[in-house]
Design a protein around this ligand. Structure first.
Ligand SMILES: C[S@@+](CC[C@H](N)C(=O)[O-])C[C@H]1O[C@@H](n2cnc3c(N)ncnc32)[C@H](O)[C@@H]1O
Length: 207
């Protein structure tokens, strides 16, 4: 299913569906980013603003980019804060935000929908200040290899979204090629159960 249309259809249920991936991402984001100070944040694929609301605990300005108008509408309805600027934008194009603006870029559960990671890291390098951080949390490649992909229910039908499998090395190699170094890599398990396949992988890169 076309990704933008799918999120427009999913938007109404996104926050309320049972969704272990969404919930574990919240934990990964908070546990990782609590360690850092940041003021200016660029959030890629901000969706309904699940993480935007937490980022506001520290940030003085957040720009949230997303191409699903319905996801953005829900975020705008939930977040009524002058520090947040939500913009409809396709991340596969050039990001029309100020260069060297951000001290933190975050991206949760979005890059599985984007084929060319080189473009993402190259844009991220332009938008980040020196020493800025780029936090990524994604469905773990092992989950992707076994066929897991973003999906939601519409009536009795399961709608699967278009996804691209990204290997761990692909994230790291594209980051390094674009001037980043890896400072933290973590794998996240359902119920902390480390005998099972990890659900998520997270990377923190530094420019
Ligand atoms: C699974 S949701 C994640 C939302 C939010 N980050 C969270 O963790 O709850 C993925 C989001 O990425 C957005 N997205 C996917 N591909 C995109 C693209 N090429 N440009 C902009 N947004 C995109 C979708 O519209 C959707 O809101």
């Amino acid at each position: 299913m076309n990704i933008e249309k799918a999120y427009n259809s999913w938007a109404d249920q996104y926050d309320s569906n049972e969704n272990k991936t969404r919930d574990l991402d919240r934990k990964a984001t908070i546990e990782t980013l609590s360690k850092y100070d940041f003021k200016n944040v660029l959030e890629l694929g901000c969706g309904t603003g699940k993480n935007t609301i937490w980022l506001l605990k520290k940030a003085s300005r957040i720009i949230g980019l997303d191409f699903s108008q319905n996801m953005l509408n829900i975020a705008a309805h939930k977040i009524n804060d002058s520090r947040v600027h939500l913009m409809k934008a396709d991340l596969t194009e050039d990001w029309k935000t100020e260069n060297s603006f951000a001290d933190l870029i975050t991206s949760s559960l979005t890059l599985e929908h984007i084929k060319d990671l080189n473009h993402i890291f190259s844009q991220a390098n332009k938008k980040l200040k020196k020493n800025g951080l780029f936090f990524i949390s994604e469905l773990h490649p092992c989950k992707q290899y076994s066929g897991s992909k973003a999906q939601f229910k519409m009536g009795n039908e399961i709608k699967e979204l278009e996804v691209f499998t990204h290997h761990t090395s692909e994230y790291i190699n594209n980051a390094v090629m674009n001037g980043f170094k890896l400072i933290e890599l973590k794998e996240w398990f359902d119920n902390n159960s480390e005998n099972e396949t990890p659900r998520l992988i997270s990377f923190t890169f530094k420019k």
